[in-house]
Design a binder for this molecule. Structure first.
Ligand SMILES: Nc1ncnc2c1ncn2[C@@H]1O[C@H](COP(=O)(O)OP(=O)(O)O)[C@@H](O)[C@H]1O
Ligand SMILES: [Mg+2]
Length: 343
């Protein structure tokens, strides 16, 4: 199914955008699936005055380094807005960056986790409006991700998806354009980073910051050992003495680092299948498991989970983008996905 637009001019005038404000990353595209913004969901605010010091990538680089007068905030945690004012300030700045300067208001379709409450979903819509959006529609992440991944969810055929965002994993069974089962766990890419930091602390007696833990996860961590050896220099400090360290590490040093989060992800998917009617599970034996979200890109996660679960498992193309691409598809009248929107 092609997500390319046949008549782009018609929609360009409406300034419609798709928004995925995740705990880790915020993505904005236009209805033609072009990425307009891709930034960490982080804002740095001055204590007391509340003035915005930095947003996105720059604010993220302050993590673990900011003096007390600057608060570095992640306003979305585990799929919900935990700091409304900061989320609003961040969205306002992001909207300003991508809005044409002609006074036209934005029409937003935002993805939200399926498992959160109605009130939490409405808070997303209210926050977008408070940040300057005109009309706001919401779409549940698993449905949006499936559409963005190119799965035909209109068929009477069960589909199993596992999304691994920054702070949340979401297992869903979909059929006939609806969510049949969904369960979430506070278990995302950030738990991978923490597991890597703990592993390195135990093995090398080093203490590393949040950003270094993320880099080590991206470059070295694996669920199934890579064929090509990987290495990187890890910087931090030795616990106890506090002296700075620069360690040359390879992927072999990360053996077993992700065992705990992998066990938990396997359990989440097993539970989803256990709670799903037999007919649909029989479909899933055929359709397999589709992974999406930034965390699904850990090396070998698809083959490792596939082997554990006995399911054909694949990572969606552009796994971090699929949810926002699905939201973009709902903005296009030619694709007829409007009925996926949260009522
Ligand atoms: N190749 C990769 N391997 C492991 N984790 C990754 C990779 N690429 C991105 N990530 C992680 O994915 C997370 C962001 O995923 P995303 O799905 O955008 O999260 P969210 O939607 O919750 O903001 C980040 O924490 C990042 O470290
Ligand atoms: Mg996301």
């Amino acid at each position: 199914m092609s997500l390319r637009l046949r008549n782009p001019l018609k929609l360009l005038r409406s300034h419609a955008i798709a928004l995925d404000i995740g705990s880790g990353r915020t993505l904005i595209t236009n209805p033609q699936s072009e990425v307009l913004l891709d930034e960490p969901t982080v804002i740095a605010i001055e204590h007391g005055t509340g003035s915005v010091i930095a947003i996105g990538t720059e604010a993220k680089s302050y993590l673990g380094k900011a003096p007390e007068r600057i608060q570095v905030i992640r306003p979305i945690q585990n799929g919900v807005i935990t700091d409304f004012d900061s989320a609003k300030a961040l969205l306002r700045a992001f909207f300003k960056r991508i809005s044409p300067d002609d006074g036209t208001r934005l029409k937003v379709c935002a993805v939200v986790s399926y498992g959160i409450t109605e009130l939490e979903k409405r808070t997303f819509a209210d926050c977008c409006k408070a940040a300057g959006a005109g009309k706001v529609d919401l779409v549940d992440t698993p449905l949006a991700a499936a559409v963005g991944a190119g799965l035909d969810i209109r068929q009477p055929k069960g589909r199993l998806l596992l999304g691994i965002g920054a702070g949340l994993a979401e297992a869903s069974v979909l059929c006939l354009s609806d969510v049949i089962f969904n369960d979430t766990a506070p278990l995302g890419a950030e738990n991978f980073h923490e597991a890597v930091a703990r592993h390195l602390a135990a093995r090398f007696k080093v203490s590393i910051g949040e950003n270094m833990a993320e880099q080590a996860t991206l470059q070295l961590a694996w669920a199934e050992r890579p064929d090509e050896p990987r290495s990187m220099t890890l910087t931090g400090k030795y616990s106890g003495s506090g002296t700075p360290c620069a360690l040359e590490l390879t992927d072999a040093d990360l053996e077993g680092a992700l065992d705990e989060p992998l066990d938990a992800l396997e359990a989440l998917v097993r539970k989803a299948m256990d709670r799903t009617p037999a007919e649909l599970v029989a479909d899933i034996a055929d359709t397999g498991l589709t992974l999406y979200g930034g965390g699904s890109q850990v090396h070998g996660l698809d083959s490792s989970l596939g082997a554990r679960l006995g399911l054909r498992t694949r990572v969606a193309q552009e796994p971090s983008l699929v949810a926002v691409l699905g939201a973009a598809a709902t903005l296009r009248p030619d694709l007829d996905f409007k009925k996926l929107l949260v009522k």
